[in-house]
Write a protein of this length. Structure first.
Lengths: 123, 203
């Protein structure tokens, strides 16, 4: 666990990172190293870049991404990851859920329950 | 920059990863290793110095952590190693259960992902049958070639003295072999026990 990394944050990160991978692949295919760098640099979603490979392997097994080898201009061929239809669906579902979740948490954090009125009265 | 030192850093890291990944199925383990190797190659391109290499490895993270992620993402919660310990015990003393226990132990040994091929060969052939095998071996060695004399009398326990019917040098060698044959399965059990690597379960 990275220094200053509370348990809650690392759990959140772990739950969310696979959808971030899917999101990074939404518009273009990318290779592993590229994905690892983006996840680390964009908001530190990954604290140990090597852990992205187990994740990618699982997404591949689950049929949410597929891979192709491509020649690279520098050095040996690279394995590129691309979103499948199933992956796109999973990403779309998560996107909706995430917005609700984020708005809910944001509201609670900023205003508490001040604006809350019970949907139905007891007694 | 000293290219040798960088290569050493990288090969040490990969060796650590290979060791940590012992519990990962072989095919996926090879793939993971080549993915990480490729990652390192990408991160330390032409003209990368030792500092770049160290940074790249640091960003990759602790091999144990990568393997923990692998086992977690596989959905196969890391096996506790309990079956492996059972295999070690069966290999050592399972032979006394009509010989079958040892065979079961061998099957468990070979079907476990925790041990390397070398471990499995040692476990199987040092000594076949475990302590039971050692005993059989010893009795077949000794019984045919010794003279036993029994002594004792009223009020005294019967004492049986056996003298190997051999030249002194041969006797010394036989005793040596006997000790080795008994110690070897015990050594093997310790060895296999030490090589059971419980995959780390951390985030």
């Amino acid at each position: 666990m990275a220094p200053g990394d509370s348990g809650v944050l690392s759990q959140l990160r772990r739950g969310v990172v696979e959808y971030c991978v899917l999101a990074l692949l939404r518009d273009e295919e990318r290779y592993g190293f590229e994905l690892a760098q983006m996840l680390t640099d964009l908001g530190g979603l990954v604290t140990s870049e090597g852990t992205i490979y187990p994740l990618l392997a699982r997404l591949r097994r689950d049929g949410e991404v597929e891979t192709t080898w491509r020649e690279s201009s520098s050095g040996p061929p690279r394995r590129y990851y691309r979103l499948t239809d199933a992956g796109r669906l999973a990403l779309d579902e998560f996107t909706l859920e995430w917005k609700r979740f984020r708005d809910g948490v944001d509201q609670l954090i900023s205003k508490g329950a001040a604006k809350w009125t019970p949907a139905r009265k007891t007694s | 920059m000293d290219a040798g030192a960088q290569d050493k850093l990288i090969s040490d890291y990969l060796a650590d990863l290979r060791r940590a990944a012992r519990g990962v199925p072989r095919r996926r383990r090879r793939e993971l290793l080549s993915e990480i190797e490729e990652h390192i190659r990408e991160a330390t391109g032409e003209g990368a110095g030792e500092v770049d290499t160290r940074n790249a490895l640091e960003r990759l993270g602790d091999p144990d952590r990568i393997v923990a992620a692998e086992l977690e993402r596989q959905g196969t919660a890391a096996s506790s190693g309990a079956l492996e310990w059972a295999a070690v015990v069966l290999l050592l003393v399972g032979g006394f259960l009509a010989g079958i226990g040892w065979i079961v132990g061998v099957v468990m040994l070979w079907s476990s992902r925790f041990w390397t091929l070398r471990d499995k060969l040692i476990g199987t052939f040092l000594v076949p049958g475990g302590l039971f095998g050692a005993l059989i071996f010893l009795s077949s060695r000794v019984s045919g070639s010794q003279i036993c004399t029994s002594g004792g009398g009223p009020g005294r326990a019967t004492v049986t003295r056996c003298t190997p019917h051999h030249a002194p040098l041969v006797s010394v060698i036989l005793v040596g072999v006997a000790i080795i044959v008994v110690i070897a399965p015990i050594f093997t059990a310790f060895y296999l026990g030490r090589r059971i690597r419980r995959p780390v379960a951390t985030a």
